[in-house]
Write a new protein. Structure first.
Length: 191
């Protein structure tokens, strides 16, 4: 027979203090739709929509579906699965082309009680991804600056490069892409 002992400094008559809710501040671009769903637009590749009534999270591509968007969706749902937010059996392609969806789990308090935890983990995912998409944005900006405003070393003024009759390896007059090029050549040579 096992004996369980519970040691506590409280007296039996004392009521337990109410659990204090943590004061957490988030900084996300969230909009509420007319049917009380949430759209989170902070990620540059996807829009994250939380359907509260259906306990569902759907990721829609922002512009064009690509490998980058699919990888983002995949990383998001793996992150949410590891945190215990999304049921891994429910992750699948959505009804809209390029979307991916999964059902989020709700505890004893229901969907409304688990919603802050869902949003908090979405914000954690975006914060984890932020260095990557900031790097990509800086790289694109640097690329544009190199093309639009090249340095003195990487540019030439008009007229610096002398004009020649033929330049490069493609010689004018020898159209190798024309369909009957060889027969024309034979005809010109008298063969």
């Amino acid at each position: 027979m096992a004996i369980k002992i519970k040691v506590s400094s409280k007296k039996r008559d004392e009521k337990p203090k109410e659990a204090q809710k943590p004061n957490i501040k988030l900084q996300l671009d969230i909009r509420r739709t007319l049917d009380d769903n949430l759209i989170i637009s902070d990620h540059p590749d996807v829009d994250i929509v939380v359907y509260i009534k259906e306990s569902k999270i759907v990721l829609f591509p922002k512009e064009v579906l690509s490998e980058v968007v699919y990888d983002t969706q995949d990383r998001f749902f793996k992150f949410m699965e590891k945190k215990g937010i999304v049921n891994p059996e429910t992750v699948r392609g959505g009804n809209t082309y390029g979307s991916m969806e999964g059902l989020f789990l709700s505890g004893d308090g229901g969907k409304e009680e688990s919603l802050p935890l869902v949003i908090l983990n979405i914000e954690n995912f975006i914060d984890q991804e932020r260095p990557h998409f900031e790097y990509v944005e800086k790289y694109k900006k640097m690329e544009d600056e190199e093309l639009l405003e090249p340095s003195e070393e990487d540019s030439t003024n008009l007229g610096e490069v002398p004009q020649e009759e033929t330049k490069g390896s493609i010689r004018p007059g020898y159209g190798g892409t024309r369909s009957y090029y060889l027969s024309y050549l034979y005809e010109a040579l008298g063969l």
